[in-house]
Design a protein around this ligand. Structure first.
Ligand code: SF4
Length: 131
C-alpha cells in the first residue's frame, strides 16, 4: 500500500506553501483557520453576530466595542471599518472545531475565508499541513 505523503507547510514562510488544488482541504489540518481573519460588517450580519438593524443604526465603533467585550472580535480598524475575529489561545479561529478541524459556521463563513487562497499572503498557494 502506498503511504500518504506528509507535507508540513510553515504558516509563517509562504515559500513552504503548496499550490492549492481541489480536494486538498479534505486532508488538511486547517492551517488557514489559524491566521487572523479580517471581516466586514456584512460578514458579521451573515454570521448573526450583528443584527441588520444594529448594522444600519449603530456606529461601527460601538458595534466593535460590544463584540470585543463579548470576546468575538479582538481588534477594530477604525479607518477601514475592519474587524479582526478573536482566536483561541493556540491561534485557532474560534469557529474551528478543534477535533474535526472543520469550520462550524461553513455556510455563513466570512468572505475572507471564502476567498482563500485566491486572495491572501501568497495567492493560489496555501499552508497545507496534513498532520
Ligand atoms: S470562520 Fe471558519 S473558515 Fe473562517 S477561519 Fe474560522 S473556522 Fe476557518
Amino acid at each position: 500500500m502506498q503511504k500518504p505523503l506528509i507535507h508540513l507547510s510553515d504558516l509563517d514562510r509562504t515559500g513552504t506553501w503548496i499550490k492549492y488544488r481541489n480536494g486538498l482541504c479534505e486532508s488538511c489540518m486547517a492551517t488557514c483557520c489559524t491566521m487572523p481573519v479580517e471581516v466586514k460588517l456584512g460578514d458579521l450580519v451573515r454570521m448573526q453576530l450583528v443584527d441588520p438593524f444594529e448594522a444600519e443604526g449603530e456606529p461601527p465603533k460601538q458595534i466593535a466595542k460590544r463584540l470585543m467585550k463579548a470576546g468575538v472580535v479582538s481588534h477594530f480598524n477604525f479607518k477601514h471599518s475592519i474587524y479582526t475575529l478573536a482566536r483561541r489561545a493556540n491561534g485557532d479561529c474560534r469557529y474551528l472545531d478543534p477535533q474535526t478541524r472543520r469550520c462550524t459556521i461553513y455556510a455563513t463563513r466570512p468572505n475572507t475565508c471564502r476567498n482563500h487562497p485566491t486572495i491572501g499572503p501568497r495567492p493560489g498557494f496555501c499552508a497545507y499541513r496534513n498532520r
